[in-house]
Design a protein around this ligand. Structure first.
Ligand SMILES: CC(C)=CCC/C(C)=C/COP(=O)(O)O
Length: 263
């Protein structure tokens, strides 16, 4: 506290830092060992020339860390921006007429669509090379479902309040929104396709555009906040690196390929 200090005659002699042992800020914890000195020096009147050395926790209460403020600001911007972008969140929203198209995009990135599609192609594939790529895509999709379910269950961030929970086939953890499963899948699958399929440039651009628009559509539908999708893209990208590192082949996982061949 700043308070005018007076001399013995009661005249003000300038402003000094003083500590009153009986009156402490409401948010600060009780004075601890480090402050006993200052409390003693304050004497019965509570006035002291010695500024108390507050313990670390006390200082943090009074001066919230830069990181804390930055995170809280980021979250506030995230919520504000996500609400602004949620223009297809309901039929009556400003872009409500585009909602059916966004829901079609949702199905194009759904786990069931990709799992069934991959299994179908695996059954139809008649080359070892094709089977190897599809087997790894199946592994990537399962890994993604597992990782996203684990993180959603741990973080438990609620979906935005303006979301309508009318999604096609969900798991119990899908009531949570961080990270976006569609965004992780979009990023993982598009990186996988670009690496393992020989495609003409326009098709490669289309794959990247699909992933980006699918991510954006999650926020526009009101399903997610922007940070759910941004982290989802990052996570999917990193998951591909794991898949690439653990690449399954007839050499390192012969049982898998022989079993599949016998079916
Ligand atoms: C039922 C299966 C196999 C997958 C669920 C896929 C799903 C509904 C993910 C949720 O995605 P968002 O987190 O982007 O909303």
């Amino acid at each position: 506290r700043l308070s005018p200090r007076t001399d013995s005659g009661g005249k003000p002699r300038g402003t000094h830092l003083v500590s009153q042992s009986r009156s402490r800020p409401l948010l600060s914890p009780p004075l601890q060992d480090g402050c006993a000195e200052a409390e003693e020096a304050a004497g019965p009147g509570g006035l002291s020339l010695v500024p108390p050395s507050l313990p670390e926790e006390g200082r943090m209460d009074l001066n919230p860390s830069f990181l804390g403020i930055a995170l809280r600001s980021l979250l506030a911007i995230d919520l504000w921006l996500s609400k602004k972008l949620g223009v297809c969140a309901g039929e009556s929203s400003s872009w409500g007429s585009v909602r059916p198209l966004m829901k079609l995009l949702e199905i194009s990135g759904h786990g069931i669509t990709w799992l069934l599609g991959t299994l179908y192609c695996l059954c139809r594939s008649d080359s070892w090379a094709g089977r190897e790529v599809l087997m790894n895509l199946l592994f990537a999709l399962l890994l993604d479902l597992l990782v996203v379910a684990l993180i959603k269950g741990l973080v438990r961030r609620r979906r935005p309040a303006h979301n309508q929970m009318d999604m096609f086939v969900t798991l119990s953890v899908d009531k949570y929104s961080f990270p976006s499963g569609h965004a992780t899948r979009a990023s993982l699958v598009s990186r996988f396709i670009l690496k393992h399929l020989v495609l003409a440039i326009p098709l490669r651009v289309l794959v990247v555009l699909w992933a980006f628009i699918l991510g954006l559509s999650r926020v526009m539908l009101g399903r997610h906040n922007v940070t759910d999708v941004a982290f989802g893209f990052f996570l999917g990208y990193m998951q591909y690196s794991i898949v690439d590192y653990c690449w399954l082949s007839p050499h390192n996982a012969p049982v898998l390929f022989i079993l599949w061949n016998q079916q």
